[in-house]
Design a protein around this ligand. Structure first.
Ligand code: ADP
Ligand code: MG
Length: 254
């Protein structure tokens, strides 16, 4: 029901590559990552590095929901950031729709992310001064979609996530669950092939979290969805659970 409207994307119409449509949406191969190499992030002093990922190989197919599980610090967010092209791992390849992000410039990664990857954060990350509709429309501004189209698509998305009567509300006028619905609507604005969600129910009570999860499952049915969580209900909703410990995949498919 939801998917029909959500898949009619102005952005999609502009992207023409048949290759991207058929490629595996997400594939990480032998990915290792160290934070702080070069010493810049930690300033002066001894060269401290943190190994966040070690030789991680995972993939997510279209229509699949992969849960990333593991204790705090096990590398879940680092994987999601790599998929979103927000960081380039120290080693290995991160393919999104057949493009290895590690070989692309920061500008190209940004372009790929805007078109193909929707991101949902634990703390929503809505702009407080913008209405729900303007928040949802924001990714379309970056894609150069005309204002009237942005508005109509954002309104349709908000209707689809059950917020038809909250279109002009500001984030502070919404409940936590409603804010996360807005954030999910925003993540869908460009009709992405890939959605990454980092502890999307972490700030919500159980019942609200379940609703948000149902929504993510629903909108994910013909996309690739990777959800990091240590919430059992979230992981139960995944088609496959990848377990991480200290940056290492200790099981895949449990
Ligand atoms: P998770 O999401 O599973 O809690 P993260 O991917 O955030 O794990 O972190 C993995 C490891 O990398 C942890 O040891 C964490 O402290 C470290 N780390 C994460 N982000 C940074 C950063 N920006 N700079 C330095 N170390 C980081
Ligand atoms: Mg995290």
């Amino acid at each position: 029901m939801i998917q029909r409207v959500l898949r009619q994307s102005p952005a999609r119409a502009e992207s023409s590559s048949g290759r991207a449509e058929s490629a595996v949406p997400v594939r990480l191969e032998n990915v290792s990552h160290e934070y702080g190499t070069g010493g810049g992030r930690f300033g002066s002093g001894p060269d401290r590095t943190v190994t966040a990922l070690r030789d991680v190989t995972i993939s997510c197919a279209r229509g699949e929901i992969v849960g990333l599980e593991g204790p705090s610090g096990s590398g879940k967010s680092t994987i999601l950031h790599a998929i979103a092209g927000l960081l380039v791992p120290t080693d290995g390849s991160v393919e999104v729709l057949g493009t290895n992000l590690a070989t692309r410039s920061s500008r190209e990664r940004t372009r790929l992310r805007r078109r193909h990857v929707g991101i949902v954060f634990q703390r929503f990350h809505l702009l407080p001064s913008l209405s729900a509709r303007a928040n949802v429309a924001l990714p379309l501004v970056q894609l150069g979609v005309a204002r009237s189209k942005r508005r109509s698509r954002a309104t349709a998305l908000l209707e689809q996530v059950g917020l038809a009567d909250r279109v002009t509300h500001l984030p502070r006028e919404l409940s936590g669950g409603e804010r996360q619905r807005v954030a999910i609507a925003r993540s869908l604005a460009a009709d992405p092939d890939v959605i990454v969600a980092d502890e999307p129910t972490g700030e919500l009570d159980t019942a609200t979290g379940t609703d948000v999860l149902e929504l993510l499952t629903d909108v994910g049915h013909d996309r690739a969805v990777v959800i990091a969580s240590h919430d059992d209900d979230t992981l139960a909703a995944a088609d496959r659970v990848v377990t991480l410990r200290d940056g290492v995949v200790v099981s895949d498919g449990g």
